[in-house]
Write a protein of this length. Sequence first.
Length: 369
Amino acid sequence: VFAQEVVKVGLILPMTGPFASTGRQVSAGAKAFIAAKGDTAGGKKIELIIRDDGGVADQTRRIAQELVVNEGTKVLAGFGLTPLAMAVAPVATQAKIPTVVMAAGTAAITKASPFITRTSGTLPQYSVPVGTWASQNGIKKVVTLVSDYGPGVDAEKWFTKEFKAKGGEIAEAVRIPLQNPDFAPFLQRVRDAKPDAVFVFLPSGVGSLFMKQFADRGLADAGIKLIATGDVTDDDILNSMGKPAIGTITGHFYATSHDSPENKAYVEAFEKANNKMRPNFMSVGGYDGMALIYNALEKTKGDASGPAFMEAVKGLSWTSPRGPVSIDPETRDIIQNIYIREVKEVNGQLHNVEFQTFSALKDPEKAEA
Ligand code: DHB
């Protein structure tokens, strides 16, 4: 195959370190897309190059530069955490490289470069519906508890804004360090404030330790309800959380148990290809990131140059395993359903069971501006 007939897609992810589950899920989702749809788009052969940044932003930027300058990579993708995506924004802008954020969720990321688009979503998008649900279900007083960086700050701000607008009270806003969190002292503060509920954001992979300490500290026994973004009850680790997770109410764009023919096919193929690993929302960010790349290249007839590709991205729509999605032409962020779910035991397994849908939500942070 001639070089010009290949489009190299550089997938940069934390494949090692504390956020390796994100890298594992996103890369498996991207591969599942290629396995399902083949390896050509817009007449070009798609070559996926997967690189490990270990979750370190300097590495993400160095790898991005290396892929673009030395390897002729035409599209960058992945980005497991907000600081990793932010580190690549100047590279995307300078080299005019289409950059597809498949995992990170701080609203501001797509504002950092006109060459960034996204197939995960934003924390404001997931948090507002949880605020709506709480205000309509007898919850009057809440403590917020979030990881102290971009997505946590977004989750706190937008849950609070919605919940207060609907008459709720925030007793306290608690922020926890991202690295090596010990939740115990923070959970004690929550307990002492005696709220009806605690609203939580933690990045994917951290929820198991949190759930254990939540139970050990007796918050459920004290009558404090756990509500969260779906990052906390991540399907990849939900089963390992056991009984304490049951009854948790969350908002997010994807549950493994989402009931649609597209998702049934996705889960079956994914579990078969990955030794029965359950696909979580990160995997769907990876799968849809490839869907976006394929759809854009079909539209440009294989032209992956930055301006042409980014023009093609605007307004794309398709049916994802999560439901209907489209790319907002104004913001390059994804418009999607956010589902309210409850953790339940289904056939001996824990699942996020969807029971209410907020349809076709844009990122509220940008809708406001
Ligand atoms: C981010 C990381 C996560 O693991 C997650 O679940 C949500 C957001 C982030 O860093 O943007």
